[in-house]
Write a protein that binds this ligand. Structure first.
Ligand code: G6P
Length: 612
């Protein structure tokens, strides 16, 4: 987590850095800071959001055409002014910004303290900048050499940029485990955690690879080396998105914009990959390894957060359609529990950002044990996309709201295609059924548009329950993971405690919580097990719980029992999560707004969790 940005060139660095930090705030917003070189090293930093930093900046001292900036998600040390980045070295000559964690920082700190270094923050980052300074002094070497030597001594993850008071014509950047992109302009360079601060100025970028560092010079030259000191040359890539796609486009919040973008995002994720009429599916990544996939004894889906919920739906889809066993694992558990994996397994890693540290680590473990890795990512060129053997992008476009919405629905669309294609290869699905599902998949964007028309009604329900302290979400079958995701959305952005549960499992615990103050959201669009879910609704009603039910248009039985009905268009049961999640996203959004919460940047969360 944390967002970093740097600039060197002819323009004024300050506005570029501030704007860049605002674009990166989704990565953390505990504090923000910048360092500029204008003869002297000028540093401004402040706890809180970038807007707090702007308030304390002395505009008489921001004229500079080189600088670095940071927006923090706290790991080591409280989110206060002192721990905000950039951090200076003891002499004040070096300033550093850092995204990641230096795991062996305390041993290094002890050693440096013995040598007379005094620390002014609780961060691992200040230890790193002083280590670089110490190496430079001891070895009497250039800064880039010192950075390389120091980075070879540290254990952990980092994306860093170093600014040197004694060399206002150079920035040094490095990465391991945290992303870093270099934007190449006209004799100018932009450095950032992702391309969002860069796209306004240039489409040309270079992605720094693992354990590489770059020496970036004002004269328009840059060199990239490995930490083993081997020079590398990287292809310049073209950014595939525009500035408009990362702006709010008339919506009040990114989250709402992204909820409304779902029909288009799903269309984009399906485009060119299927044809209902002709009954084909074409997923390049899958075709490349189709024999291995066909022969796989088992699929393991690994992910975190919302992506893990997509994984659960993936399990239902793949087992249902392709009849191959699937396990779904939290990446953070999988990586540490010594799982049994071998070359006959296919591991599907799902990640919006493609940078989640635990998911990346789970992939390396599975790779070491010879499994085939299939990545489903949204961010193009992200670490997971690059580490996987094969994969497919979701093509949802940049997702800025911290609570994931369109990434979730595009992940599910894609997994549906994957499950169908495997089913075709295995011969577990008749062509007529395949066509029916594909036709319905094509209809989904239109049906989501229809569901979005319920926004005003959902807002009214939100107003009734905005002060609830607990919520229960219940669903069966394909709607069980949707219940989990609906509950997650609500707790993430409104801070109301919410639990998702399989509707029948309610009897084994949550039923004890039900009284007249408990809103219970039922996902009751199922055709199979419909009567069962009606019974569950009755059980809640008997205990005076308040029932909000998402049902299929025309439903009568649940209508008679529920306090509120949200009627959604009918679809194939296996595709129902794509529809039933939409009212839950809107409900969470409206409740959070009514409670005065910051929906795009909920407290303590970050979009991309690049620490374990
Ligand atoms: C964070 C985000 C979630 C996301 C999860 C996994 O917790 O706030 O929205 O689902 O990370 O992220 P990934 O990028 O791997 O999908």
């Amino acid at each position: 987590m944390c967002g970093i940005v740097g600039y060197i060139g002819k323009k004024e660095a300050f506005p570029i850095l501030i704007k860049g930090l605002k674009r990166l705030e989704y990565r953390g917003y505990d504090s923000a800071g910048i360092a500029l070189l204008n003869g002297d090293m000028t540093v401004f930093k402040k706890a809180g959001k970038v807007s707090e930093l702007e308030k304390i900046v002395d505009h008489d001292h921001v004229l500079a055409n080189i600088g670095i900036g940071h927006t923090r998600w706290a790991t080591h040390g409280e989110p206060n002014d002192r721990n905000a980045h950039p951090h200076l070295s003891q002499s004040g000559n070096l300033a550093i910004i850092h995204n990641g964690i230096i795991e062996n920082y305390s041993a290094i700190k002890e050693e440096l303290t013995k040598r007379g270094y005094v620390f002014h923050s609780d961060t691992d980052t200040e230890v790193l900048v002083n280590l670089i300074e110490e190496v430079q002094k001891k070895e009497n070497t250039t800064l880039d050499n010192a950075v390389r030597i120091a980075l070879n001594e540290v254990v952990g993850a980092y994306a860093i940029v170093v600014l040197n008071k004694n060399n206002p014509d150079q920035l040094i950047a490095a990465r391991k485990g945290s992303p870093l992109v270099i934007g190449i302009g006209d004799d100018e360079f932009y450095i950032a955690s992702d391309a969002s601060p860069i796209v306004e100025y240039t489409q040309n970028v270079v992605y720094l690879e693992e354990q590489e560092y770059a020496v970036i010079n004002r004269d328009g030259h840059y060199n990239i080396y490995t930490l083993g000191n081997v020079e590398k040359s990287h292809e310049i890539k073209k950014l595939e998105f525009s500035l408009e796609t990362i702006e709010k486009g008339g919506f009040e919040h990114f989250m709402l914009k992204e909820i409304y973008e779902q029909p288009k995002a799903i269309e984009d994720s399906l485009r060119g990959r299927m044809n209902a009429q002709k009954g084909w599916i074409k997923l390049g990544g899958l075709n490349e390894y189709i024999n291995r996939i066909d022969n796989a004894k088992r699929f393991i889906i690994t992910a975190c957060g919302t992506s893990w919920h997509s994984g659960l739906i993936g399990e239902y889809l793949i087992e249902d359609l392709a009849r191959v066993p699937v396990e779904v694992e939290y990446a953070s558990e999988f990586r540490y529990r010594n799982p049994i994996i071998n070359e006959s397994d296919v591991v599907i890693a799902i990640s919006q950002s493609g940078e989640t540290a635990d998911t990346l680590a789970a992939i390396s473990l599975a790779k070491e044990r010879q499994a085939l890795i299939y990545g489903i990512c949204n961010v193009i060129g992200s670490s997971i996309a690059r580490t996987s053997h094969a994969g497919s992008y979701t093509h949802a476009g940049p997702e800025i709201g911290v609570a994931s919405t369109k990434a979730f629905s595009t992940q599910i669309s894609l997994i549906t295609l994957i499950a169908l294609q495997i089913a075709m290869v295995k011969g577990t699905i008749p062509t007529s059924r395949l066509r029916t599902i594909l036709y319905e998949l094509e209809n989904i964007p239109r049906k989501i548009e229809e569901t979005l028309l319920l926004d005003a009604q959902i807002k009214e329900i939100a107003a009734i329950y905005k002060n609830a302290t607990n919520f229960l979400y219940l669903g069966r079958g394909y709607n069980f993971p949707v219940a989990l995701e609906g509950a997650l959305k609500l707790k993430e952005i409104s801070y109301i405690h919410a639990e998702g549960y399989p509707a029948a499992e309610m009897k084994h615990g949550p039923i004890a919580l039900i009284d007249e103050n408990m809103p219970v959201v039922f996902l009751a669009t199922n055709k199979s097990a419909y009567e069962k879910i009606v019974s569950n609704v009755q059980e809640v009603k008997a205990r005076k719980g308040k029932i909000i039910a998402v049902v299929t248009k025309g439903d009568t039985q649940i209508r008679a029992l529920a306090d509120h009905i949200i009627e959604v268009p009918e679809t194939e049961e296996i595709l129902s999560p794509l529809i039933t999640i939409v009212p839950l996203q809107l409900l969470a959004y409206h409740i959070a707004i009514m409670r005065g919460c910051n929906v795009d940047q909920p407290r303590n969360l970050a979009k991309s969790v690049t620490v374990e």
